[in-house]
Structure formats: C-alpha cells, structure tokens
Design a protein around this ligand. Structure first.
Ligand SMILES: Cc1cc2nc3c(=O)[nH]c(=O)nc-3n(C[C@H](O)[C@H](O)[C@H](O)COP(=O)(O)O)c2cc1C
Length: 369
C-alpha cells in the first residue's frame, strides 16, 4: 500500500492516512461564531477521506482576527458552536483540528472577496492592531507595539482558547506561527525591532512562541500539538530555514509534536516563485536539520505527486488547501490515482461509486436495487 494512504501515529493520535486538509479562512463568521457554512465546508473533507481536517485560523482574541468575519475561540458561545463541527469531522473518520491564531499587524483587514482592500477603518468595524514593533505591513495601518502586559495577555489568550478547543472536541491544535501573523512577526528580524527580552537574539525573538507552545501544551495536554511555520520570509535579512529548524526543536522540547511547514507572508516585497510543490524543499530541509516530523504544503494536487514527496523522505504527511476546495473528495480520488481505491475511506453511502473491477461488472451496482 502507498505511504499516502497508510495510517500515521503521533503520540496518542492515529491518523487514517497522510493526506490532510490545511487550514483555510472562510471569513464568514459573525462575532467569531462558526455556522452552517463552516460545518458543511469542513465535514465534507472528512467524507472525502482526509486523515486530518484543520479548521481555519481562529482568533484567540477579537483583535487577533484577520477580518471581522474570522472565527474565534475567545468565548464559550464560540466553543459551543465549534463542538458539533468537530464531532461531525470525527464521526466521518478524520481527526478534527483547529488552528489557533493572532493576526497582529495583519489584523482588521477586508476579506479577500470584499470589494475593498487593506485595513478596515475603525468607524466601519475595524480596530487598532498590535505587533512586536510599530512597523506597518506595507499597505496596512500602523500597529501599536505590545507592552509586556500585552504579551502576557496573548499567552493567556492562547491557553484559554486551547482549553476551549479541546473541550469542543478538537484532537489537533495548531499554533499559527506562519504567514506574517503575530507570532511570526515576533520571530522575524524584519518585523521585530524590540530591544527588550522579546527582541534581538533568536532566543529573544522565539520567546513569545515558546511561551505560547508551553501554555497550550499545559492547557490541553490530551491534544496533539502542531506548529505552523513559514520556513522562510523569502526576503533578505529575514526569517529562514536554519532559524525555523532551531526554533522547531526548542518548541518540541516544550510539547510541540508536529511541524506544518509553509512559507512567506511577512513582507509584501517577498521574492517567492510558486509552482507545483514549491514549498516541499523548505519542509524537507527543516525535517532533515531538526530531525522532527513535518508536513509539506503548496500546490500538491494529485495522489502520485503526494506519494512521491513521502517516498523521497521530504515530509511525513502532505497538506493541501485549494485542491480540497476544487475536489472535496481529494483523498478518495488520490487513492484511485494510485491504483488502490480500496485503500481510501469511502463512506458506505458512496461505495457504489468506488472504482473497482468487481463493482464495475456488477450491473446491480449501477442500476440500484
Ligand atoms: C481560501 C484560503 C484560506 C486560507 N486560510 C489560511 C488559514 O486560515 N491559515 C493558514 O495557515 N493558511 C491559510 N491558507 C493557506 C493554506 O493553508 C495553504 O498553505 C496554501 O493555500 C497553499 O496550499 P495549496 O496550494 O494546497 O492551496 C489559506 C489558503 C486559502 C486558499
């Protein structure tokens, strides 16, 4: 059997395969509460055979939302709304996961499908953003630098959100330290110009992330803890693969168990060349340097391509985003592309659609009984 369709064990969690759904914001919540859109959107990927479904970047505080329509976990009403969604994913055989996030200086923006771009003005529902330093992301409003009490409050908010996520039934909690959001802003020297013990050296820039990892691990000890990193800023003087590998190993010492390696998002002038599997080499380098389990993501769109990444030892699992939006049954299709349709977790209701010689010749399967 392929590696892609083989189970993967991590701590106490078993994933039925290694083809997973990356977190994807839907910008469709009201006051941070997920709704039937999120329920159908996420549950369909579990029906489609995913091993893990990670719900979108979910803000730990209201001011940590990328847009006013982001989901949250800063109150119990949000936890109650997430619980049936996590349950629906689990009932369909996938592990339910959720990404815990704070957007920092990239918060308070219009949703990508809105007619306007940039920061939402305060008189139209926007808010003052925060960051390690008062340096704006190109084209967005200037953030306020967090003081030490503000940093402590971020750590507490991540822990509280983790507790709620675990209570809602999520088995994987992913700390979002990628794509230029708050924790990444602390990591990168391009956005962190602090002169206290949260800025300067790598140890200092990593301090907030490591505190968050430790707090989340303590708050939700039964959950499996992932960290998503941007493995590089694709910009001179920025965050890079070496620093990612070093900080990943420090995070592992504090309870992180798996590393989801993406890239970019910190600065608008990043020099990134996208194409099939464009971030796989970044994930592979982190895996080899740190000796830790990683997933690769980015334009991975079919079963053989995903299998080749695993066979090469470049990653332990594969995540995809947009391919799941194009085909919510991506894992069922990937198994067929690999010549082993039976290896995928077909819902019994869909079995008559499973490509199989025996079924294809069974006229009753086609005409119904
Ligand atoms: C609609 C959409 C929303 C996204 N939202 C998030 C998010 O909430 N958190 C995150 O870390 N990445 C987010 N991403 C990035 C994806 O997780 C993924 O890393 C990226 O799309 C590359 O993978 P792909 O080529 O398979 O789509 C989003 C991507 C898309 C297309």
């Amino acid at each position: 059997m392929s590696l892609l369709l083989s189970p993967f064990d991590l701590g106490t969690t078993t994933f039925r395969n290694r083809l997973w759904v990356a977190p994807m914001c839907q910008y469709s919540a009201v006051e941070g509460v997920p709704n039937d859109w999120h329920h159908v959107h996420l549950a369909q990927f579990a029906s489609g055979g995913a091993g893990l479904v990670i719900a979108e970047a979910t803000a730990v505080v209201p001011e940590g939302r990328i847009s006013p329509g982001d989901t949250g976990l800063w109150n119990d009403a949000q936890r109650e709304a997430w619980a049936p969604i996590a349950g629906a994913i689990r009932a369909r055989g996938a592990v339910p996961g959720i990404q815990l996030a704070h957007a920092g200086r990239k918060a308070s923006t219009f949703a990508p499908f809105a007619s306007e771009r940039g920061s939402v003005p305060r008189d139209r529902g926007g808010w003052q953003t925060v960051a390690p330093s008062a340096i704006a992301f190109e084209g967005l409003a200037e953030p306020a630098a967090l003081d030490l009490a503000g940093i402590d409050a971020v750590v507490t908010a991540f822990a509280d959100a983790a507790r709620r996520a675990a209570a809602a039934g999520f088995g994987v909690l992913e700390v979002h330290a990628a794509h230029g959001y708050l924790l990444h802003q602390f990591l990168s020297p391009l956005s962190n110009r602090r002169d206290d013990h949260y800025g300067g050296s790598l140890e200092n820039r990593a301090r907030l992330l490591l505190r968050v990892v430790e707090a989340v691990a303590t708050a939700a000890p039964a959950a499996t803890l992932f960290v998503r990193f941007s493995g590089t800023d694709w910009a001179d003087g920025g965050w890079d693969v070496m620093q990612t590998a070093t900080v990943a190993s420090w995070a592992a010492d504090r309870g992180a168990q798996f590393f989801d390696i993406s890239s970019g998002g910190l600065v608008a002038h990043q020099q990134i060349r996208v194409g099939p599997g464009y971030q796989v080499p970044v994930a592979a380098q982190v895996r080899r340097l740190a000796g830790l389990p990683v997933s690769a993501v980015g334009e991975i769109t079919d079963g053989p391509q995903a299998e080749q990444i695993l066979q090469a030892g470049d990653a332990d699992a594969v995540m995809a985003g947009r391919e799941w939006l194009r085909d919510p049954h991506f894992a069922l299709r990937a198994a067929t592309e690999l010549g082993e349709p039976d290896a995928a977790s077909w819902p019994q209701q869909y079995l008559r659609a499973r490509p199989r010689a025996a079924l294809a010749h069974d006229a009753s399967a086609a005409v119904g009984r």
